[in-house]
Ligand binder design. Structure first.
Ligand SMILES: [Zn+2]
Ligand SMILES: [Zn+2]
Length: 767
């Protein structure tokens, strides 16, 4: 497996952290998206194999030529060969290792089977990991890989321990691993005498460390009882002792109050890694959860984290961030695409140019927007005068949402509920008592809900059986056939597609039961849904018009030695034919069968140089994607769609079509489905239809295309409308960029806090 130079540096750094670090066995690999964190990690898995691995000898031999290129790793290479490198390096475990006679005899850790490396990743990149492990590792390395996913996954921990690498998802970890206590509750643990006995150890292990310490006996007995209850609920992932746990896209655990974070902390492992291109997204607080997972003492204790990191930053940002940089430096490696290595950039990616396209509203749009903005400002001024801005934060966020949506398309502002009554949940809803239905309806209806996942006003809001509100798209990101934990902080209810309800589903059941007697009607919520005719208005949006113009200019085949007019007429003819075919299909789904190519082939005197450049179009609202589809269907552009409500299979297909079929030139995509390591280098253009609060989310989206493997310059068009709230969001985004940069030491200026403060809000409403 050939590694690029900066990847070899990452590998040798990781080996050093695993074998010779004073702080914790592992760390955070925080290289920019696309620099090959996966590759470096796979190399680490091959080089530092679990002592229980069946094939460590062959693998190390295979890897030797690579190892010779590295500094200071001879020793680790040798110790991996003899397969005895366990007890010396392990502070927390005493290995009771039996020699391997055949594949069936397994070593044990504290009565648990000793397993290999567990890789935890988002569902959407599970397949990508499996493919990388298959493609990048030679047969000779004999790396056995298990994808631990789906309802038929094994229930036997011994089975898990047989593999060198087990791949699974955050949701499954969340389901199977008993959660560690919340930060507020663990202070008591930390103060217990055991901690002073072993200050370098972390809470997960200390309970087992001194079993004969009489002074703590009663406390321990108490704990053991609680512990054994947890144990009995534990499922295979929690029943083995891992050699190494790798959290890919580790920002998934950044909120330390979530079930998923607390479950990940509870995984038993000797070596621990966080991989993330954006470890800090919103606030320095994000780091705490990684420190806790890594057992990075003393910062793994929330109180110490606050007093030693957070407090200094709020007192004096310049000094505080310097301190944070030092703390991070010992356990984190971060390089950006611009990082220099001996004066050369570590990767030479083709240039990326970001064009900020400031669009003018049409007269109609401006009228509509100005009216909306005046109303919102007046309302905000009332809150500001009363001093109730904070109490009305959710309402204010909703007003901002409407303004942002008005910049995209007026149709979005009307609000939108999925008008499909989901068959899956309607039966469940029918079984619920009417009081419960009304309760859930009120959760949705009060307009006072914030999506528990993206923290914005929900788009196409749905309510879970446990009463939590999400965007339809956000909650469906979490739900696949077997992954069913409510993502709301501290909830943990089991969910399935049968236990989330749209307004339409609830109202249909309430009507069923009561003939509308006492039906709680909320103003504005029973507006008729948009008809197709209304959807046809989508080109009345200046943004959509601009986007389509850009796409059309890209999709036109570039021809050589052919006069322009003949190509043009051919193009139009194809369009006409396709439109006709479409109308015959009774207004159904438009299928373009690569018509352009066929026609061009007939004119063999024309030379087709390149069919088209490919583009990704992002919006944060699925509804905006719907609106975009209308003019796309009318054009000759073949596209695919990718959003958070689609199944994993459907997403894979969309990505594959876009990356491999030359005639599919456009991918319209939700920003929320973009942050997860997807490789879309087939695209050389990116269009951002709207702005997200957090600029790193946008950067991640752009990096789907601008990453290693990209050979062409990438052009990014950010569409914003002049003299609107978008101007002010752009300015706020710059503030957030500064904060992220100063935490990483990429910028010397002190940072800013990132929540929307009262000042931010005043600025946004121009009050
Ligand atoms: Zn959401
Ligand atoms: Zn819940």
């Amino acid at each position: 497996m050939p590694l690029l130079r900066h990847q070899r540096i990452a590998l040798s750094w990781m080996v050093q952290k695993e074998t010779a670090s004073l702080h914790c066995c592992g760390g955070i690999l925080a290289d920019d998206q696309g620099l090959g964190k996966t590759i470096s990690t796979i190399a680490l898995i091959l080089m530092e194999r679990s002592p229980s691995s069946n094939c460590s000898t062959e693998a190390t031999e295979h890897d030797k030529p690579e190892a010779l290129n590295l500094d200071e790793d001879d020793e680790t290479g040798v110790s991996a060969i003899d397969g005895l490198k366990d007890a010396e390096n392990s502070e927390s475990f005493v290995l009771d290792k039996k020699p391997l006679e055949n594949g069936d005899s397994l070593s044990m850790v504290k009565g648990r089977p000793a397993a290999g490396t567990l890789v935890v990743c988002p569902t959407s990149v599970l397949r990508q990991w499996a493919e990388e492990l298959q493609n990048k590792v030679t047969e000779k390395a004999k790396l056995s890989v298990l994808v631990y996913h789906g309802s038929h996954r094994t229930k036997d921990p011994i089975e898990l321990a047989k593999y060198d690498v087990v791949l699974t998802t955050y949701s499954i970890v969340s389901m199977e691993v008993p959660k560690q206590s919340l930060v507020d509750q663990d202070e008591e643990d930390r103060k217990s005498p055991q901690v002073q006995d072993a200050p370098l150890e972390s809470s997960g292990y200390k309970k087992r460390k001194h079993p004969h310490n009489a002074t703590n006996k009663s406390l321990k007995d108490k704990k053991r009882k609680g512990g054994s209850l947890l144990e009995s609920a534990a499922r295979p992932l929690a029943r083995v002792g891992w050699f190494r746990v790798v959290l890919d896209e580790a920002q998934s655990i950044k909120n330390h109050r979530t079930q998923v974070a607390r479950a990940c902390w509870g995984l038993r492992a000797k070596r621990r890694w966080c991989l993330s291109g954006t470890p800090i997204q919103n606030a320095v607080d994000d780091l705490y959860s990684y420190f806790r997972f890594l057992r990075y003492d003393p910062y793994a204790v929330y109180k110490s984290f606050c007093s030693m990191i957070k407090a200094p930053i709020s007192r004096n940002p310049a000094v505080g961030y310097k301190k944070l940089q030092a703390v991070l430096k010992t356990i984190m490696l971060r390089r950006t695409k611009g990082t220099l290595l001996d004066g050369e950039p570590i990767v030479t990616l083709p240039p990326k140019s970001v064009l900020l396209k400031k669009i003018d509203f049409s007269m109609e749009e401006r009228d509509f927007y100005s009216k909306l903005e005046e109303e919102s400002r007046a309302q905000f001024e009332v809150y500001a005068a009363e001093g109730t801005v904070k109490q009305n934060y959710v309402n204010i966020l909703l007003m901002l949402l409407r303004l942002r949506q008005a910049c995209d398309h007026r149709q979005l502002v009307k609000g939108y509920d999925s008008n499909s009554i989901w068959k899956s949940s309607v039966e469940m809803a029918r079984k619920l008592p009417k009081e419960k239905l009304i309760l859930l309806w009120n959760c949705l209806g009060a307009c006072l809900a914030i999506c528990g996942s993206c923290n914005d006003s929900p788009e196409d809001a749905v309510v879970t059986i446990c009463g939590h509100v999400f965007c339809n798209q956000c909650i469906r990101e979490h739900l696949t056939t077997d992954e069913n934990i409510c993502p709301a902080a501290q909830c943990g209810a089991q969910l399935s597609t049968t236990s989330i309800f749209s307004r339409a589903t609830l109202s249909s059941c309430i009507f069923d039961q009561s003939d509308n007697g006492g039906f709680p009607c909320h103003p504005g919520q029973l507006e008729p849904f948009e008809t197709n005719a209304e959807l046809g208005l989508s080109c009345n949006s200046s943004k959509i018009k601009t986007a389509i113009e850009i796409l059309q200019s890209l999709s036109k085949p570039k021809l050589q030695n052919t006069e322009f007019s003949s190509r043009e007429s051919c193009h139009e003819m194809v369009c006409a034919v396709e439109k006709h075919a479409n109308s015959v299909e009774a207004g159904g789904y438009l299928k373009l069968h690569g018509g352009t190519h066929m026609t061009v082939d007939k004119h063999s005197d024309m030379k087709l140089v390149k069919v088209a450049e490919k583009a990704i179009v992002f919006s944060q609202w699925t509804r905006m994607l719907d609106l975009l589809e209308v003019p796309l269907k009318d054009s000759c552009i073949q596209y695919r769609r990718l959003d958070g409500t689609m199944s994993v299979v459907a997403r894979d297909k969309a990505v594959k079509d876009f990356n491999t079929l030359p005639e599919v030139t456009v991918l319209i995509m939700s920003l929320k489905a973009a942050s997860l390591g997807l490789n879309l280098i087939a695209a050389s253009h990116v269009i951002l239809m709207d702005l997200w609060w957090n600029p790193t989310t946008e950067d991640q989206a752009i990096d789907r295309a601008h990453r290693i493997g990209q050979t062409r310059p990438v052009t990014v068009s950010r569409l914003t409308v002049k003299d609107t709230v978008e101007d002010r969001i752009l300015a706020l985004q710059e503030k957030k960029r500064e904060m992220v940069a100063s935490a990483f030491g990429e910028d010397e200026n002190g940072g800013h806090r990132t929540r929307l403060t009262v000042e931010d809000l005043k600025y946004l409403f121009m009050v």
